[in-house]
Design a binder for this molecule. Sequence first.
Ligand SMILES: C[S@@+](CC[C@H](N)C(=O)[O-])C[C@H]1O[C@@H](n2cnc3c(N)ncnc32)[C@H](O)[C@@H]1O
Length: 333
Amino acid sequence: MAATFARTVDILKAVAEPTRLRLLLLLARQELTVSDLTTILRQSQPRVSRHLKLLTEAGLVHRHQEGAFAFFRLGDEASVHDLLATLGRGLDDPEGLLAGDTERLGAVRQRRAERAAVYFAQNAAEWDRMRSFSVPDAVVERELADLLGEGPLGSVLDVGTGTGRLLELLAPRADRAVGIDASREMLQIARAKLDAAGLAQASVRQGDAYRLPVPRASFDLVTIHQVLHYLDDPAAAVREAAGVLKPGGRLAIVDFAPHEQEFLRDHAHQRLGFSAETLAGFLRAAGLRQTRLRELPPANGRADHLTVLLVLAERDVAMSQPNLVPLAAAQEL
Ligand SMILES: C[S@@+](CC[C@H](N)C(=O)[O-])C[C@H]1O[C@@H](n2cnc3c(N)ncnc32)[C@H](O)[C@@H]1O
């Protein structure tokens, strides 16, 4: 819906300051913390926080506290997204101010990705044991199979496949099953497991969840199982997954519900779980229609164990391309 005249004046007032415009152009690309923004803008934290507060109060930016970290993202107002998309495309930048921001945003992303890669490289062999920290695998797998229903699955892509557990589970029902993961060590284990299981229709390859190395609109089912909380831009990964779904194809996401196990950040968790609303927002922004949601609390009721959410969504047959503005911006990096 178009903004009213009065609201447009308010938006323009909030935007019309150099630091705030830079902040907004960055947040139009992805969610960031104050510390990320301070590094990127090379300005003091109080100054960056002051501008963020003003933008939040003006309703242009949404603040979300997760344990010790506050994440900022652009609010949902369509007119603000449109304005920034237009500005982002058309701004001349002779002093390289915005180009510098883009470069430092790239460095922030790179550092995070490296931290996660080091962690996964060190923990590949341990991973199968560590993943049972929450609801037992067997319970999650049963629920997922139930959500997917009976019958052949067609072509399956498992994003962030790790040691390939979902491929083992789903490949017997698929024409072909492909696992993508950033970590070579994880894929080594996955390959060994798939060979041992004799699953010739399953294969894995190294690749990035943000730029899946597969053709667009080519899979009937994409799964993202316990991966989104490791990503600095989970919404972009969901959009990318939507882009490789055939019309009528389905996306299944399994991840933790919001929790307070702050120590998991030391295990490369960027996000302490996701609410059902947050996941629904990622799906909507990717042009997908959510069809099912299940919540699995830890069977033993232990407070230090985590609830798991499963969501299933569908790409409508007649769906137009998902809203690609933020992803297109991210691809400049
Ligand atoms: C917690 S493991 C989950 C593995 C598997 N889906 C499972 O549930 O057993 C997360 C996996 O995501 C992978 N990963 C993290 N960031 C990634 C990225 N940007 N692109 C592809 N894989 C990524 C890691 O290498 C790791 O194998």
